[in-house]
Write a protein that binds this ligand. Structure first.
Ligand SMILES: [Zn+2]
Length: 327
């Protein structure tokens, strides 16, 4: 699922790819992908508009259009927003490094019969651009949504949940904000970190990583995280997200062919997706538990349940608790 760094990577790609272009026509292949307004108004309202700035708010992409309009997108589980060359061009082009459309030419022929169109399999909305290219919204699971913001309305009016979003972790997050948000909260700190009304855009991977780097066990009640830990947590949320954006940046060049999701981070992860492997810090086996339905990965040595002064975690302690088993 795309998280903040992946959405930011998509934002940067779109900003570069769409600059100076305009919308000439729109085709909606799946009505459910349009959240606002009606499909008819969406199709009628977009053509003629030029692209402006692309903004990210949490995991929402907000594309400003000229004359006060806007186009918003939430990718949710499997959405992808891609700038593609026209179909015939895509078909002819076969650069070694890039991914071909998911449907093989043979299969397409069988499926489409007389039509010679070769469409991406999960194409839900096609936006034809003045440059001859197309902006595609592809979405296998159909949870992703697009909104057209008409002139005279704000994005917050069109997408009510946008107004409730918490602070941007890379911009206005402070330990005071977290202290205030966590006050009296008995829910696990990991669950609180995922609350989009507290922090916008922090998802499962980066919550696990930030908690590890801060030495905070994911199940500790949010209200019990102390001031010193909160300061560390803020620093680590920022650094983990920045690092992931940097590693996602490497896919920018191939943006029009990339799937918009940064898979590079996994190789750098401290705990996420590393159940049964050894902690990179102390060689204890990484554990995974379910917390509020989400997988949580942690190292019990580096993230003790009972907080202990750092001095007590000596080399001796580490070696006696070290487990050699590996999956
Ligand atoms: Zn460890």
């Amino acid at each position: 699922m795309p998280e903040l760094p992946e959405v930011e990577t998509v934002r940067r790609g779109l900003q570069l790819a769409l600059a100076g272009d305009a919308i000439v026509a729109v085709e909606v292949l799946r009505d459910a992908s349009i959240a606002y307004p009606s499909v008819e108004d969406f199709v009628a309202g977009l053509p003629g508009h030029k692209f402006g700035q692309v903004i990210r708010r949490g995991k929402y992409l907000l594309i400003e259009l000229d004359r006060g309009a806007g186009l918003a997108c939430h990718l949710r589980m499997s959405g992808r927003l891609l700038v593609r060359n026209s179909q015939t061009e895509t078909k002819l082009k076969s650069r070694g490094k890039t991914n071909p459309p998911k449907v093989s030419p043979l299969k397409t022929k069988v499926q489409t019969g007389s039509s010679d169109k070769q469409e991406p399999r999960f194409l839900r909305v096609r936006i034809m651009l003045a440059s001859g290219r197309e902006l595609h919204f592809e979405d296998m699971r159909v949870f992703g949504r697009l909104w057209l913001k008409p002139k005279g309305m704000t994005f917050e009016e069109v997408i009510p949940s946008l107004a409730k979003l918490g602070v941007e972790p890379l911009e206005s997050l402070t330990s005071a904000h977290l202290a205030n948000a966590f006050k009296g909260k008995i829910q696990a700190v990991k669950t609180a970190l995922l609350d989009q009304n507290i922090l916008a855009g922090v998802g499962n991977i980066y919550a696990d990583e930030s908690l590890f780097l801060s030495g905070i066990h994911p199940t500790i009640p949010a209200s019990e995280v102390n001031q010193e830990q909160l300061v560390r947590l803020v620093e680590n949320v920022r650094s983990v997200l920045s690092r992931a954006i940097e590693s996602g940046g490497s896919t920018l060049r191939d943006y029009t062919d990339s799937n918009g999701v940064n898979g590079n981070y996994q190789n750098l992860a401290w705990v996420y997706g590393r159940e049964g492997e050894l902690c990179r810090q102390c060689s204890t086996v990484i554990e995974r538990i379910k917390l509020n339905g989400r997988s949580s990965h942690f190292c019990i040595q580096c993230q003790p349940l009972k907080r202990q002064p750092k001095k007590q975690i000596s080399a001796k302690t580490v070696s006696t608790t070290r487990k050699q088993s590996k999956k």
